[in-house]
Design a protein. Sequence first.
Length: 308
Amino acid sequence: MTHTFSKSHNGVQLDLSGIIPPMVTAFRPGTEELDEDLIRAETEFLVSTGVHSIVVGGSTGEGQGLSEDETYQLNKAVVDQAAGRVNVIGGVIADTTIETIRKSEAARNAGVSSLQVTPPHYLWAPSVEGLVQHFTRVGDAVELPILIYNVIPWVDIDVHAMNAIIDDAPWVLGVKQSGGDMHKVADMMALLHSKVPITTGIDDLLYPTFTLGVDGAITCMTSVFPRETSELYTAVRNGDHETALSIHQRLLPVWRSIEGSTMTANAKYVLSLLGRENGVSRSPILAPDEDRRARIRSALETSGLLPA
């Protein structure tokens, strides 16, 4: 099932279909510096599963703490390893327009095809006019398509504000509706889906958001379980809701064991159990304690997702 969108810029539209994992970022124990070998290995694994695109430096990838130099280094490693086999979307999480532009330029210079950008959000909430100006300036600076990552609780872009941004900021060509709000996904689909692609960022509601017709998914679980979430997406597209619901019921307890304020470290523990070492999370996010590790192992075993 394909969907036609009315908005493009410079002849460009965003293709956000299918499973788009926001990959974890591997940091070395002790130094917490980028581990390029593990980053390349994880990129290769994700490409091998047949995913459509990869997001680099999103929330799951701890992008909020990356410097401009690290943004370039990380994206360059993924772009080089992917070697054109998938689209690479550069994630940018920043608190001002000028910082967003600098990180976006670093990602562009590394060779990404588009950007996933949060609104600025530290303490102050910008107006709709400020957000239009922000995304316009970023787009004009880097001349790449922008996917708005709508996840920040205190800069919650509602459907009418998002409509204004899409109408007035030329390079905004897609929306990732996250933050756990199924109501907003429904509203975005109803008002905006004729203009731009809409992706879901809600891990425990992949199945129902797929049934609403979102174009794809960018969530932690798509990074940890790209094959299973791809099977879920395909089942819904094929109208096989029995299979889709079964996959949902297997994945949900695992997500419940991962979610929370230490999600990035918990996800890396899952990856280690799956044989995909990805180092540590950056301090102050600590590795899961014994109780959490036991919960995660139990959820994986119960769901049949722990390798023998």
